[in-house]
Structure formats: C-alpha cells, structure tokens
Design a protein around this ligand. Sequence first.
Ligand code: ZN
Length: 360
Amino acid sequence: MGNAWHIGTFFGIPVKIHWSFGLLLLFITYTVLTNGFKFWQGIGFAVYVFILFFCVVLHEYGHALTARKFGVVTKDIILSPIGGIARLENMPQKPIEEFFIAIAGPLVNLVIGTLLLIILYFTTGQVFPDFAYADFDQPVELLRYILWINLMLFLFNLIPAFPMDGGRILRSLLATKIGKVKATKFASSIGKVLAVCFVIYGVFDQQLILALIGLFIFMMAGQEYDQTKVLALINNTTVGDIMRTSFTKLHLSDTYATVIEKYYREGEQNFLVFDSMGNISGTIPELFIKDTIKDNAQEKSVNQMMSNKLASLAPDTTLKVAIETMRNEGVAIVSVEENGVLVGVLDRNGIENFLRMKSE
Ligand code: ZN
C-alpha cells in the first residue's frame, strides 16, 4: 500500500493513514471554496469529514475485532480517501466466518446511524439534514449529516461488488452451496460489472471518489479470485502429488563441478547432500550454485559450502503446509520421508513450476 503514516495502535491493531489521504485536505478546501461556504461552515465541513472518517475507522474495527473472534489476525487498518481497509493476515476458512466478518463493518454504521436517528428524533423531531443549506456550522445539523452518511455507508457497503463487504457476504453465502473457488469467480464477475458501472456513473455524474472506488474494485476483484484459486490449489495438493522421485544424491566429497553439471544437464536446481552412512547432512540451494558459477569456483567441494538447514515432510502433507515449513525453516529443498524411508524431494522450483503450470 505504499507509504502510510502510523497514527496509533488501538486494540493491538495499528491504524495508518495512506499518503493519498492528503488529497482529502485538497478536496475539503475545494468544496469549501466552490460552495462559497462561510468560515464556520467551512470549519464545520472539515469536522464533518473527519468524523466521517472516524466512523470509517469504527467500521474497520467492526471487521477486525470480529475477525479476532475467529482467530484471524488483522495486520493493520489503512485509511485512504476512498475508504478504509482492514488488512487481514489470512482469510477465514469457513464461509460463515467470512460472512460475520464482512457484515460486522456495515453493522457498525447501522448502529451509529440508528442511535443518532433515535436521539435526533426524540430531541429535535427532525432526523435528516436540510441538504439545500449545508448548515455544517450547526452542531445538531452536523449530527444529522453524520446520521445520514452512516446509513449511506451501511447501504453502499452492502452493494455486492466483490471485494466490497456486500460482495464478501455474497461470496460467503454462495460458498456454502458451490464451493469457495466458484463462489469467488461468480462474486468477482459481478464485482467487475458493478465496478464498471461505478466508474461510468462516477465520470458522468462527476463523482470522482465513486469512479476511483470502481477502478479499485475492478483491480482487486480479479486479484482476489487468483489468490483464492491458488489457495484452494495448495490446500488440495499434497507433497506426494508433486514430489520428484528421481533425484541426485550428492556426497560430501563431491565437487561443485559435479553439481553444476547436474544443474545444467538434468535441470535439478536444489540438492540433498548425504554422508558416508547415507544420512542427509545438508542441502545445496540453487543460490549457492549460481554463486559458485559466478565466482568460477567449481573445484570447491560440497562439504565446503552447503546449508545445514534440513526439513523433512510426509507425502500426505498439504502443499500449503509444505510452503509454510520451507519458508519458516529457510530451506529450498526438503526430503520427503514415509515411515523413515526417503521417497522423494520437493524443492522451491518444483513448487513454482507446478503453480505456474496450473495457473496457465
Ligand atoms: Zn467494510
């Protein structure tokens, strides 16, 4: 998300402001000047915009704190002129969890709006602002604008334009019927169509922010569908499905000349190294081979430059767990062992090739 300014951490979740938020100040100034606002009206309008964004932050906390209930961590909340986003570290697995996380945000706006509606109705008898006059300098009128915008935020976010909240709700409901991948494909297609409508409407009605939201949704919809596809793929593939059963067993005394020959001839990019007893004692990641080629140091023995980090996985491990293990352990290749017997290897390049092949 580029540069963002950290304004504080609440409930253990950092809130950041994206640099483009500065454009909002320009927007406020522009509105104040073009509408011929008087001084206090201008100040009132600025206050209104900031309260509006405060409500957006509360909306995001609705998502984040509900996500926490399901064990999903929120990395941060970022505010931009086109809205807020609670960035979740991982997606909830069960559709029903996504449903509650997605609906919690709009519900926060509904609660704020309803409370203001009740308060304003019983104290003033009038609930909606007089749009003809922009009396932002009247505190009660300002509250009416806040009430109005919260109800608008509630409704707007329920539009099923994936990945907006309404789109997530739609996907979670569909996912229980047709599975997550198909549900995402459907929801993101609807999202793209609606996004185009937002852009067209935004341009013709000079609603710049709506047009930008449309562009953003359009870009994100496809991206998230791809992510969902990959996630489903790595959850449904096991190490045994894609491991290599034929591979070179290097020995400690082998030189890099041998390794490089295998590298070019056989196309193997990462290797396991065995000691004289036949036990695995290290690995040679592709990075070491490239360095050796660059340094022209083929005479070096494997023993002199190998990685001591080892990891082994069972064939029925999912690819998702395998990727996480390899990342956490910092290994480029793992041995695949079944009941203590070495049956194959899996390396980073193998995983990349598999994913590339599947995504074409
Ligand atoms: Zn939301």
